[in-house]
Design a binder for this molecule. Structure first.
Ligand SMILES: CC(C)(COP(=O)(O)OP(=O)(O)OC[C@H]1O[C@@H](n2cnc3c(N)ncnc32)[C@H](O)[C@@H]1OP(=O)(O)O)[C@@H](O)C(=O)NCCC(=O)NCCS
Length: 151
């Protein structure tokens, strides 16, 4: 089991993060470049496994709603609770300031959906044609603190 450390993103992590993103999604999400340039970006954190970047999460908070925009764990490091640690660290960081965390997940990404469900997220809707290739997105939310979902 690697030693896992969750910490804020630093500019020197850029290459590692882009490599993970490219390996998973072929081309990096343009958003990634944007958040890399706008340092310090509060919700951008990386997981370091035995000294190497093995995952990252990009989240934001606006008014009382937090969003997870990007989350990935490097292949070979998955199923070791690194995604769980990244998500819990983000949620801890916004605790008391947000009523819920919201995210979009590709409708065919069953692994991520199962992960989010396990983390307490629930499906609230679908957006057709959300992704460039026409795939739909499921919207999932996790209520925090004072919010109860009517689901
Ligand atoms: C989704 C992702 C971030 C999960 O990270 P991870 O570190 O592997 O997840 P964890 O080890 O913390 O898993 C926690 C729970 O999620 C569920 N889960 C994780 N991966 C799963 C998979 N491939 N299939 C089914 N359930 C899965 C399990 O219930 C797991 O709990 P368990 O091990 O007690 O059964 C990772 O698989 C990933 O990077 N995927 C590719 C990128 C991606 O799809 N990102 C999300 C875009 S919206």
């Amino acid at each position: 089991m690697p030693l896992i450390n969750i910490r804020p993103f630093e500019l020197s992590d850029s290459r590692d993060v882009l490599e993970i993103e490219e390996a998973i999604f072929n081309e990096p999400n343009p958003l990634l470049y944007q958040v890399m340039e706008s340092l310090p970006s509060e919700g951008f954190m990386v997981a370091e496994c035995d000294g190497t970047v093995c995952g990252y999460l990009v989240g934001t908070i606006f008014m009382d709603e937090a969003r997870v925009l990007l989350l990935a764990v490097k292949e070979g490091y998955r199923n070791r609770k690194i995604g769980t640690k990244l998500m819990n660290t983000f949620i801890e960081s916004i605790q008391g300031r947000a009523n819920m965390v919201r995210l979009e997940v590709r409708s065919n990404n069953l692994a991520a959906q199962t992960f989010y469900f396990k983390m307490g997220f629930r499906f609230i809707g679908i957006v057709k044609n959300y992704y460039k290739n026409g795939d739909s997105a499921y919207i999932m939310v996790k209520p925090l603190d004072r919010l109860t979902l009517f689901l």
